[in-house]
Write a protein of this length. Structure first.
Length: 690
């Protein structure tokens, strides 16, 4: 099998090869062997789930070859891979099958110099190698040996024969005459050869370097920037140049020349900050934002976007993270909806200017609309370049360069993001790939945000529909009601309240809490509230209202319980008769400001036992008094005794002005900064006599 992998790598002219197996009844591909790369670089893909957005998983799942021609296409189609390997290379992923069943996958990489298309001879070599590997894996599976390995095997690359006519002594003399120092790294990254000049520049004896990894023998090289240059050379197989400072203050220039067998390194003294002249300055200008900085902002962006709630959160996080990371001075984010491009948010632009681009048809001849249609990013280093492609364009801002990027989710463009720069940007391929990959995170978060907003609206419209739209105002009573969900999530709850006018002089009030925070809880709450309302209108006593509602809930077999407090208010006798099914007690504020907790004989929660009976208790309801019914979210606190919490509520009620019940309700809820549960509140005031 190793020989077959090396043959397909050699025959296709690839620089790297990775072989995966798919165990019987497995849901993931396992890496078993790779060529020409350190094991550490393959670790992110040692196990690839078949449903993951990775090229080899797509190839096996679809049963066809997947070709990615360059880093921009990689960033567009596979942003996760692009963010880990943002280097120039081409990739082919193919399924390995036998007798119609998938047994594994093959990944081949070519250096960044490879054309954007896979050649016919290369394709033929890949197909032949896949057939051979498929047969071998099928045979291994038949012998019961197709199982995930502890770690993949590292195979040497099948190098093409090199003819060297010079003798060893002449080669040594040639190397000695070169300025600076030279060394070589094998495909695992270890020193295999070091000249005395290189050892002198690095400050470590030759014998301590040979066989060691650079970042082990030279701790000052164990930094992300240097590792990134090394990875770039390995993956792209293109010469790489960078500077570093050997402590305490000796600057060095490193030039890396890679091939599939390893890397040749030339080291010379220099100033990595000043470079070697105008060309170095130009290279720095074209390089765009530093890779280490991009990684930091990427991790921050990914973390914050996972916490974003709703579309506006996504817009704010994108602006906060992308603009400083990429050096952009303005940003606009638009979403496609109903055939038009609607502005979701912007930063650094004037609102009046952005209004001109809001609600444009997707057929408009503008870059923002075109990237949605083609799902391809557009980069313009100047307005003249933009106008060549869009002759009708008019420059309405003072920006120098622009990036128009499609927001992609689930394989389709859902909008576009515009970044504008004050200074000319050259957008080299590495920066284009980084931009495309970063914006892919925004697109996915935006799709989640839109779904969240939709679900939030529907759920809370459902809950609002189940609560009374308007409470009656019987003569002699004033009423205020509040409902406050816990937190800012989309969860809905089962809290409810109701005020029922029975006749001109009697009123029923109910408050309750169905177990749970989901749509099922809200639906069951509607049924419980309807049952209480119906039994109250039938003239049942408070105890009977709870008993019959309890039997209904048991018969529904919903698997959930509910608490409820029901009050029958007689405005002629000035009394309140209350019954409770495991609910927190009501609080009464007397006309003189004194408060009283109305303790009722406790009853079992609704929905537990069908034969449960409930007891009622009567209390005076004098003119000028205020009765407060609430759910436990108003008083429940971690570590706080429930009785103490109710006593504190009574204290807040005593301090409130009974003349304004809306203010009373707001003050009572205002004392709860972060409720652990939803809050339903019903405040009933009895008008003073006369």
């Amino acid at each position: 099998m190793d020989a077959a992998l090396l043959d397909v790598v050699d025959d296709s002219g690839a620089s790297r090869g990775l072989l995966y197996v798919l165990p019987p009844s497995g849901d993931a591909l396992w890496l078993v062997a790779l060529t020409g790369a350190p094991r550490e670089m393959a670790l992110p893909w040692a196990r690839v789930g078949l449903s993951e957005p990775v090229a080899v998983a797509d190839a096996v799942r679809r049963g066809e070859l997947v070709w990615v021609g360059d880093i921009e296409e990689m960033a567009r189609r596979y942003p996760r891979t692009s963010l880990v390997l943002p280097y120039p290379f081409s990739l082919a992923a193919a399924p390995l099958t036998a007798e119609g069943a998938a047994v594994g996958g093959l990944v081949l990489l070519w250096p960044g110099s490879h054309p954007a298309l896979l050649g016919d001879r290369e394709r033929a070599a890949v197909d032949a190698g896949c057939r051979r590997l498929g047969r071998l894996l099928h045979r291994v599976a038949g012998d019961g040996g197709l199982c995930p390995p502890d770690e993949p095997r590292i195979l040497p690359h099948p190098l093409r024969t090199r003819a060297v006519s010079a003798e060893a002594g002449e080669l040594a003399a040639y190397v000695a005459r070169l300025p600076g120092g030279a060394c070589a790294l094998d495909m695992t990254g270890r020193f295999t050869f070091v000249t005395p000049g290189a050892a002198d520049l690095l400050g470590v004896p030759v014998e301590e370097l040979v066989g060691a990894l650079p970042w082990e023998a030279l701790p000052w090289m164990d930094v992300p920037e240097i590792e990134d240059h090394y990875r770039s050379a390995v993956v792209s197989e293109q010469p790489t140049r960078f500077g570093a400072v050997r402590p305490p203050d000796r600057p060095l220039i490193f030039e890396l020349y890679p091939d599939p067998s390893g890397i040749s390194v030339r080291i010379t003294p220099g100033d990595p900050l000043a470079g070697t002249g105008p060309s170095a300055a130009a290279e720095r200008l074209a390089a765009g934002p530093g890779r280490a900085g991009l990684l930091y902002h990427l991790m921050h962006l990914a973390a914050t976007l996972t916490e974003a709630v709703g579309v506006q959160d996504v817009v704010n996080q994108a602006a906060d993270q992308l603009m400083p990371a990429l050096g952009a001075k303005a940003m606009a984010l638009m979403a496609a909806r109903d055939g038009r491009l609607r502005m979701l948010g912007h930063r650094g632009y004037d609102a009046e200017l952005m209004a001109r681009f809001d609600d444009l048809p997707l057929t408009a001849d503008t870059p923002a609309a075109r990237v949605v249609d083609t799902c391809t990013p557009h980069f313009f280093t100047s307005f003249d370049e933009l106008r060549r492609l869009y002759p009708r364009a008019v420059q309405l801002d003072d920006k120098a360069s622009w990036a128009f990027l499609p927001l992609v989710a689930s394989g389709r463009a859902i909008g576009s993001l515009v970044l504008a720069y004050d200074r000319p940007q050259h957008f080299p391929p590495s920066e284009r790939a980084a931009l495309t990959a970063l914006v892919a995170l925004v697109g996915q978060a935006l799709e989640r945000g839109r779904l969240y907003d939709t679900q939030y609206t529907v759920a809370h419209q459902l809950q609002a529909a189940l609560l009374p739209r308007r409470l009656p105002t019987p003569p002699g009573l004033r009423v205020a009601a509040r409902y406050r969900p816990s937190g800012h999530g989309m969860e809905v709850g089962g809290d409810f309240y109701d005020l029922i006018r029975l006749d001109d002089t009697t009123v029923a009030a109910a408050i309750g809490d169905v177990q749970g925070h989901d749509v099922d809880a809200a639906a069951l709450m509607g049924q419980v509230r309807t049952a209480v309302h119906g039994h109250a209108m039938a003239g049942s006593s408070p105890a009977d209202v709870l008993s019959t509602t309890n039997r209904l809930l048991v018969d529904l077999d919903a698997g959930r319980f509910a608490s409820c407090l029901y009050a029958h208010l007689d405005l002629v006798r000035r009394t309140a008769c209350l019954a409770s099914a495991g609910h927190p007690p009501a609080v009464l504020r007397h006309p003189d400001g004194r408060t009283e907790v109305l303790h009722v004989p406790p009853g079992l929660l609704l929905g537990i036992e069908a034969d449960t009976t409930y007891q009622a208790a009567a209390f005076p309801l004098p003119p000028g008094s205020v009765l407060v019914l609430y759910t436990d979210g108003l008083v429940e606190r971690p570590g706080l005794d429930p009785d103490e919490a109710v006593t504190a509520l009574a204290g807040h009620l005593a301090a409130a002005d009974p003349g304004d019940l809306d203010a009373v309700a707001d003050q009572l809820i205002g004392h709860v900064s972060e409720p652990v549960d939803d809050i339903a509140l019903l405040v009933i005031g009895v008008d003073p006599a006369g």
